[in-house]
Design a protein around this ligand. Structure first.
Ligand code: NAD
Length: 497
């Protein structure tokens, strides 16, 4: 059994806690690795290495930092397939999707190479006679990122690219389900010339997270994962005086208006619901069909389902791989049982797929549930699997109300040919990311990513300009250089300008 340990101070460090967890290949169902779970002492040693590396890294010139980021970008680009293969073998998503994830993550490194421009401050000359005021942004110190299983390369890049570009040192706690990609990325960062201690990976579970949250030397925590954990991270981290951004779960609705191009909407719904087996925080999990769009969109989606090729993600013809663990697959399948019992119509049941019944891997076919209501568990919970729910709404206003009263507000989309309706939706909807005829509106790297309501705790979105803001604090300097002999004592506020 191969072992995955930690990356601390620029080298591999074998775990000594005696605690560990299994990593599976979801396509075969076999355990391939054992991942070490760090102890409090091991977390402390990573934080210490990051603390020691901080003064030197902070002093490193912007052009040198940018140069290293360019090299990181090149190395990640050259290793896309290797990183993608690790992702497919530990997460299960198909290789093309895994390589795509690396490419989207790379956008964040490309953005961060522009750090000399991004960290430009403001300068106001002569704010008072002979007085200038200027603002500068400085790094926070040691910062940490805690990431989910579903994007084992992209989400860490959302965080560390800007964090290190701004002069911070970074500790990553990846998901214990698929930590392989993070370890390879750590090696590439070193190869690119990043000084030891600027980037460390500490594997593990809640013990690691809790130590990060309580350690006084960690100044900020970025989190992406499920809503209950996001809320816990936000509350605990901020109580301990840290800056926290905690992105949570989602239930993303896609409205289909009666005038929509139904084929286009069905193609989009199928791609966005079942891609990566629905294990994307921006996956469409609910189609809200307005008026007579209902039967037409359900029919068009249903027609497309038999063509979806489920299989091992390493096989080029596979379009959808297995789920991440057997336990998660069984939980997702449980919602199908529940939906039928609660009165929904199971148009397609993923449990009927041959691989679900016969394979050792954690497969489940695609499922389509129609006539879903807000009272049903399949609507109330984030399923995070290849299950698409369809709800019927009489009017646009009813559809909007459904979205706005849902506790999550990550992404949403509208499909229509009516520009006025789309614009009204963009104005009305309570969600952080909106697609117009785009089902998965993940912003490009030079915008920022984040949801509303229970999908994000904190006030900055992740990566892009918000990421620069999150990983720096502002200092404002007021300066004057009067000639000697011109000063006088004055105990009051300045009375003249
Ligand atoms: P998760 O919340 O179970 O785990 C996320 C991280 O938190 C992992 O590193 C895990 O080890 C750690 N963790 C888990 N339980 C913990 C606890 N009790 N205390 C402290 N740390 C704990 O999430 P997951 O299953 O890995 O990922 C799927 C979830 O992530 C879904 O809910 C999905 O919507 C969400 N997600 C959100 C976004 C977004 O941008 N909003 C992006 C990707 C994934």
């Amino acid at each position: 059994m191969e072992r995955i340990s930690h990356w601390i101070g620029g080298k591999l460090v074998t775990g000594e806690s005696g605690r560990n967890g299994p990593v599976f290949n979801p396509a075969t169902g076999l355990q391939t690795h054992e991942v070490d779970f760090a102890s409090v002492g091991e977390v402390d040693s990573a934080i210490q290495a990051a603390r020691e590396a901080f003064p030197g890294w902070r002093k490193t010139s912007l052009s040198k930092r940018s140069d290293i980021l360019f090299r990181i970008r090149e190395l990640i680009d050259a290793n896309r397939k290797e990183i993608g293969t690790l992702i497919t073998q530990q997460h299960g998503k198909v290789l093309s999707d895994a390589i795509g994830e690396v490419a989207r993550g790379q956008e964040n490194i490309e953005f961060a190479t522009g750090v000399p421009n991004l960290l430009k401050g403001g300068f106001s000359e002569q704010v008072s006679t002979g007085v200038d005021t200027y603002s500068i942004r400085q790094p926070l110190g040691v910062v940490a990122g805690i990431t989910p299983f579903n994007f084992p390369a992209m989400v860490p890049m959302w965080m560390f690219a800007n964090a290190i570009a701004c002069g911070n040192t970074f500790i990553l706690k990846p998901s214990e389900k698929d930590p392989g990609a993070s370890m390879l990325i750590a090696e590439l960062l070193k190869e690119a010339g990043l000084p030891d201690g600027v980037f460390s990976v500490v594997n593990g579970d809640k013990v690691v997270v809790d130590r990060v949250l309580e350690h006084a030397d960690v100044k900020a925590v970025s989190f992406v994962g499920s809503t209950p954990v996001a809320r816990y991270i936000y509350e605990t981290g901020t109580r301990n005086g840290k800056r926290v951004q905690a992105l949570g779960g989602a239930k993303n609705h896609m409205i289909v208006l009666p005038d929509a191009d139904i084929d286009m909407a069905a193609d989009a719904a199928v791609s966005a619901a079942y891609g990566s087996a629905g294990e994307r925080c921006m996956a469409i999990s609910v189609v809200v069909a307005v008026g007579d769009a209902g039967d037409r969109i359900v029919g068009a989606i249903k027609d497309r389902l038999p063509d979806i090729k489920v299989g091992n993600g390493m096989e080029p013809e596979s379009e959808m791989g297995p789920l991440v663990t057997a336990q998660h697959r069984d939980k997702v399948a449980g919602y199908l049982e529940g939906a039928a019992a609660q009165g929904a119509t199971l148009v397609q049941d993923g449990r009927e797929h041959g691989l679900y019944r016969e394979a050792d891997g954690f497969f489940l076919g695609v499922s389509l549930i129609d006539h879903v209501t807000t009272a049903m568990d399949c609507y109330r919970d984030e399923i995070f699997g290849p299950v698409l729910c369809v709800m019927r709404a009489g009017t646009y206003a009813e559809a909007l109300e459904l979205i706005n009263s849902n506790p999550y507000g990550n992404g949403t989309a509208i499909f229509t040919r009516d520009g006025g309706a789309a614009r009204q939706f963009q104005f009305d909807v309570n969600a952080g990311m909106v697609g117009v005829n785009v089902p998965i509106p993940v912003p490009v790297g030079y915008y920022s990513f984040g949801g509303w309501k229970d999908s994000l705790f904190g006030d900055t979105h992740m990566y892009g300009p918000d990421g620069i803001h999150f990983y720096t604090k502002q200092k404002v300097v007021t300066a004057r250089w009067p000639d000697p002999g011109t000063s006088q004592v004055d105990l009051g506020f300045p009375r003249t300008r």
